[in-house]
Every structure is written in structure tokens, then in C-alpha cells.
Design a protein around this ligand. Structure first.
Ligand code: PLP
Length: 273
């Protein structure tokens, strides 16, 4: 793998959402819009609309492995974006493959629950994310409910989100980008009803806070958009703090141009140019 391609390649390992709001379609749009080339490896198919997800059908783990390893052998992959993995067997197989590959930035969106509330990860998969993927990830991008679930109980005093990020560092990643849109005011001082605060924590203790005006709708695929944008920028050699800031600007712009094609959530417009 290397970073020298004219249009850097992002290997995307994620599931399909047929509404086109989240999942691999979202990843392809965001990565393309930000100047990189997405190489999409599908882990699972879902039955889903803009309201919720209803079924997940996983690919055979060995088949996922063969898709990804062919790409890693052929293309100069410059970053990896991990979305919905489907099940623990796929997660373990993909983790083994990435462990054996050259080092490039890995953006892990730890998808546990669909925006409509449906559970997308079993307990086994959650443990595989913690044990196999957190050690491999450069940055993990949980929302408020995901960071709480992944970190487990933390000490009640002080900044709970920072304490949870520290627990994820213990599992192994270098950065945690904690997103706040899903839970207005989860911990006093972190969020508010009119703003969204997303915070980038680094293992060395540095913290970068990014605040947006809270948009009036809820969105299908906002997390996929942000994580993919980040991967596309990291693939182009942009450093993490700048990539985070540019990815958030792009995501806010995509969300504020969002549209409502069905009965449920809005979908970000990721390619308006
Ligand atoms: N990937 C797939 C295939 C999904 O179905 C979903 C949510 O439904 C996600 C990822 C995560 O979506 P979001 O970006 O809204 O967190």
C-alpha cells in the first residue's frame, strides 16, 4: 500500500444501505467528492429505508477477505474506512488481513445501531470491534451512544466523554473523534439544544473541539459521511487535526443541503459540486 497515487485510493469495508443514505453508497459519494477513489468491499446487505433498518444479511467472511485482499494486492491503498462489519467472523477476518498489510490510516466508524434505532451489531461483533479493530484504528468515530457502549462504565466525576475516550485509548487507537449530534445534552456542558459539539481527542491528551449550529432534521448517513470524508483527506496526506476540521466542514455542508426523499430521515447531499 502507498500514498503516491494521483487520486489516492480508500479501501472501504462496509455494508449496503439500499436507501442510499448510509453505508457504502454514502462512503462512495463522500470519498469521491473529496478527491479520492473509493474501493468498496461489501460486508453485508441490509433491508432498510429512510426510517430504519430491518434485516442484515452477511456475506461469507472468506468472500469478504478475498474481495479486500485482491484490492490490497492490486491498488495503492492510502487509507482504509471501516463501517458496518456485519458479524464477528467478518470482523476477525478483516482485522487479520489489515494487521498483515502495510500501515496506512484506518478510520473506524463503530456502527452499532442504525439512525432509526435498529441494532446492527451483536455482542460478539461489539467485542470484535473493541478487541480487534480498536488496536488497528488510527481514529475511531463513535457517536455519544456508541462511545458510552464501547467504553462501558467510567468514573462519575469530571468529563465523562473524555474518560470514555481514554478507555478507547486503552483498547489501542491513536485518536477518538466523539460525535455529539445524536444526544443533545448527554453530559452537562458537552452538548446543547442549538449546537452540536464534536471533539477530537488524541492519546497524548490534546483535544480539538468543533462546534456546529444544530440543524433542524435528523439524518441517515451523517456518521458514514464524516468518517469517509476523514479517510479521503487522510489518504491525501492531510494531517489529522486539519483533516478533521475539513471533514466536519464538508459534512456540515452536505447535511445542510440534505433532502428528504422518503418518509423518514433526511439524506445528506454529498456531491453538490
Ligand atoms: N452502514 C450501514 C450499512 C447502515 O445501514 C448504517 C445505518 O443504518 C450505518 C452504516 C450507519 O449510519 P449513520 O451514518 O447514520 O450512523
Amino acid at each position: 500500500m502507498n500514498k503516491n497515487s494521483e487520486r489516492p485510493v480508500v479501501l472501504v469495508i462496509a455494508g449496503n444501505d439500499p436507501s442510499g443514505g448510509a453505508g457504502i453508497a454514502a462512503d462512495i459519494q463522500a470519498i469521491s467528492a473529496l478527491g479520492a477513489h473509493p474501493a468498496p468491499v461489501v460486508t453485508c446487505l441490509t433491508v432498510q429505508d429512510t426510517c430504519n433498518a430491518y434485516e442484515v444479511e452477511c456475506c461469507d467472511a472468506a468472500f469478504v477477505y478475498r474481495q479486500a485482499s485482491r484490492i490490497l494486492e492490486d491498488l495503492p491503498v492510502a487509507a482504509v474506512k471501516i463501517g458496518l462489519l456485519g458479524n464477528a467472523e467478518i470482523a476477525n477476518t478483516v482485522a487479520q488481513l489489515l494487521k498483515a498489510s502495510d500501515t496506512v490510516p484506518i478510520v473506524l466508524d463503530p456502527v452499532l445501531v442504525a439512525a432509526g434505532g435498529a441494532r446492527l451489531a451483536t455482542l460478539d461483533l461489539k467485542h470484535a470491534i473493541i478487541n480487534m479493530f480498536c488496536p488497528l484504528a488510527t481514529v475511531i468515530t463513535p457517536n455519544a451512544s456508541e462511545i458510552r457502549e464501547l467504553a462501558g462504565p467510567v468514573d462519575g466525576d469530571g468529563d465523562l466523554q473524555q474518560a470514555r475516550a481514554k478507555k478507547l485509548f486503552d483498547f489501542g487507537c491513536e485518536y477518538v473523534l466523539a460525535k455529539g449530534a445524536d444526544e443533545p445534552d448527554p453530559d452537562p456542558g458537552q452538548q446543547s439544544l442549538d449546537k452540536v459539539t464534536n471533539t477530537l481527542y488524541r492519546r497524548d491528551g490534546s483535544v480539538h473541539v468543533n462546534t456546529w449550529p444544530r440543524l433542524p432534521h435528523s439524518y441517515h448517513g451523517s456518521g458514514c459521511t464524516l468518517a469517509s470524508a476523514l479517510a479521503a483527506l487522510l489518504a491525501q496526506g492531510v494531517d489529522m487535526v486539519e483533516a478533521d476540521s475539513q471533514a466536519q466542514d464538508y459534512t456540515y455542508a452536505a447535511l445542510s443541503r440534505g433532502f428528504k426523499p422518503g418518509a423518514g430521515q433526511h439524506i445528506p447531499l454529498r456531491h453538490w459540486r
